[in-house]
Each structure stands twice: as structure tokens, then as C-alpha cells.
Design a protein around this ligand. Structure first.
Ligand code: PLP
Length: 350
């Protein structure tokens, strides 16, 4: 298998480009089998699938691409599994719809969970659906062999994307997209007006990435990646990722030592989802205190119906001392909040 790597500006663009290519591919296949079939007739029946934990850019790609997008319920570990996907597929096929595209996420935004490529991949293969892997954040970690088991099943992917600008020390923007079959992309988007016909294109000596993306012009992103690779080397980049993962586990251990708090999802890479045991209102109030103090900044999420705080290790210069400091700060604010709550309750009683 050979992969080709155009660099997009963002993971959102990569998902959209993959979806549009998949849309063209399935439409052409169906029209070849039934020549009278119109594009509009096919478009109205196309369905794409992604886990209920997928990033909003996936839903957006469906909106822009004019196709239905089905959210597949993830399991207890926020993973998209075969059974839930298969169930949705069967329902849609029975209703006369055409499943054509699946996005599997490696490292979801909310809690850094991983869809099972080994389960989802064979279904895509059997049903002739395009499998796009969105590894926007977590993809950088696969530079370390110990995380590569999370990639098992990637051989089923038609396209794969990750953002070196998120976690591989490359400046914004840089999003690397692999495509299994280049003609699936170039065949979908290639137009050659006379003012863009240059001799070198016809010679086949260069790859013209304008056929692989939305914009015509392209930024030159290769050099900044090259400089990072030269400066850090593979070992340096691995050490950087490993340090962040180790620090997130350090924070996880601190949270677990405090019985007032709970960990809300498995910690695999640099993200820790946690909350105070108690109501969503309590955790919203804690976040308000944390962010308004402006010492650290946390971005929250919802996991099912729970409001959850996310501690993300993402700074180039972060050290254990920062993690310890952040935790002491959070604990202090939580203690103040719980005390205020108790006082309020006591006042109400008296
Ligand atoms: N996919 C995932 C899993 C993400 O976490 C994000 C952003 O956080 C995106 C897609 C969107 O990335 P971009 O800003 O590159 O479009």
C-alpha cells in the first residue's frame, strides 16, 4: 500500500476533502451500474457515519457536503464499536439509503478516546464505504512505538489525517493527510482551465497538489516541518510526547488521591478529564473560579450528561512543577467553593 501526503491547513479541511472525494466516488460507481441515475437522486440518499464523540467539524463536513450524517452511539469507553455501526447501517440500508463514508476518530476532542479501527475497518471494506481517520491531536503520539497499537486496523483507512501543529511542535498551520489512492482525490477535483495549463504539469514530473485540496494556491509548509524534524530528531520528538503523557498521568494520580474528585475517562495521552463528585452546577462554578482567576485555563466538555473539566498538557515548556502548582490551585478553589456551599446550606437551615 502506498500513501500520498498533501498538507492541508486543518483537520476540518481534510475531513471535508475526504467526504467530497468519497461522495464523487460512490456517485460515479452507482451511475456506472445504472446509467439513468442522476447525481441528485444519489446525493439525496447518501449517509455518512461518525461516533457521537466525533469533532463538530465532521458534522460540518456533512452539512457542507449536503449529505446526512449519523452519530453512532459510542460505548462505555467513548469508543465507536462494530455493533453500533452495523446496526445503524442495516437500518439505513433497509430504508433505501446509501451508506458511503465513515469517520473514525483516534483521540476524540472531549476525552481522547479511540474508535476501534479493527472493528470499524472491516465493515467499511465489506460495505464499500470510505474510511477516513481523524487523528488531529493524537496522531503526533504515533511517533512513539508504544502508542502505535491504537493504530491497529489503519490498513483499512482510505484517508488519514493529523495536525503536526497540535502536538508535534510545528507552527500553525500544518495538517498532514494521507490518501490511499491518489486518483480518488485528484479524480474528484481535477479541473484544467487553459490558464492553469503549464508544461511541467503535463510532463508528470511533479505532483500538483491543487488537485488534492480546496484552494488553488498553497502555502509552503514543508520547510517548517523539516526544521522541526532537524532540530528535535525522532528521539527528541518522542521524548517531548512521552514527557507530556507522563505529566498527564502525574496529574491523574493527584486527582485520584483526592476523594472529592473523580476521573471521567481513561487517560491515554496528554488529556485528563476530571470533575468534582457532585452536580454539573457545582463543576460549572468550579470552572468559573478557575478560569476567572486567570492562573490556568481549562476548556470543559460534556461526556454524556456530565459537565467535565479537561486538563490538557500542551505547552512546550511544561514541567512537573507546573502540574503540581495547577493542582494545588484547583484544590484550593474547590475547597473554597465547597465551603461556600456548606455555609449557604447552613444559612438556609437556620
Ligand atoms: N478533529 C479533532 C479530533 C479535533 O480535536 C479537532 C480540533 O480540536 C479537529 C478535528 C478540528 O481541527 P482543525 O482546527 O484543524 O480543523
Amino acid at each position: 500500500m502506498s500513501f500520498h501526503v498533501p498538507r492541508q491547513g486543518s483537520a476540518s479541511e481534510a475531513t471535508l476533502v475526504a467526504l467530497l472525494a468519497a461522495r464523487t466516488k460512490v456517485t460515479r460507481r452507482l451511475q456506472a451500474a445504472s446509467p439513468g441515475l442522476t447525481q441528485a437522486a444519489v446525493m439525496g440518499k447518501l449517509v455518512a457515519y461518525a461516533s457521537d464523540q466525533a469533532h463538530s467539524s465532521v458534522e460540518r463536513a456533512g452539512l457542507i457536503g449536503g449529505v446526512k450524517l449519523r452519530a453512532i452511539p459510542s460505548d462505555g469507553k467513548f469508543t465507536m464499536r462494530a455493533s453500533a455501526l452495523q446496526e445503524a447501517l442495516e437500518r439505513d440500508k433497509a430504508a433505501g439509503l446509501i451508506p458511503f463514508f465513515v469517520v473514525a476518530t483516534l483521540g476524540t476532542t472531549s476525552c481522547c478516546s479511540f474508535d476501534s479501527l479493527l472493528e470499524v475497518g472491516p465493515i467499511c471494506h465489506k460495505e464499500d464505504m470510505w474510511l477516513h481517520v481523524d487523528a488531529a491531536y493524537a496522531g503526533s503520539a504515533f511517533i512513539c512505538p508504544e502508542f502505535r497499537h491504537l493504530l491497529n486496523g489503519v490498513e483499512f483507512a482510505d484517508s488519514f489525517n493529523f495536525n503536526p501543529h497540535k502536538w508535534l511542535l510545528v507552527n500553525f498551520d500544518c495538517s498532514a493527510m494521507w490518501v490511499k489512492k491518489r486518483t480518488d482525490l485528484t479524480g474528484a477535483f481535477k479541473l484544467d482551465p487553459v490558464y492553469l495549463k503549464h508544461n511541467h504539469q503535463d510532463s508528470g514530473l511533479i505532483t500538483d497538489y491543487r488537485h488534492w485540496q480546496l484552494p488553488l494556491g498553497r502555502r509552503f509548509r514543508s520547510l517548517k516541518m523539516w526544521f522541526v524534524f532537524r532540530m528535535y530528531g525522532v528521539k527528541g520528538l518522542q521524548a517531548y510526547i512521552r514527557k507530556h503523557v507522563q505529566l498527564s498521568h502525574e496529574f491523574e494520580a493527584l486527582v485520584r488521591q483526592d476523594p472529592r474528585f473523580e476521573i471521567c475517562a481513561e487517560v491515554t495521552l496528554g488529556l485528563v478529564c476530571f470533575r468534582l463528585k457532585g452536580s454539573n452546577t457545582l463543576n460549572e462554578a468550579l470552572l468559573e473560579r478557575i478560569n476567572s482567576t486567570k492562573k490556568i485555563h481549562l476548556v470543559p466538555c460534556h461526556l454524556r450528561d456530565q459537565f467535565v473539566l479537561r486538563f490538557a498538557i500542551c505547552s512546550r515548556t511544561v514541567e512537573s512543577a507546573h502540574v503540581q502548582l495547577a493542582w494545588e490551585h484547583i484544590r484550593g478553589l474547590a475547597a473554597g467553593l465547597l465551603r461556600a456551599q456548606e455555609e449557604e446550606k447552613a444559612e438556609m437551615k437556620s
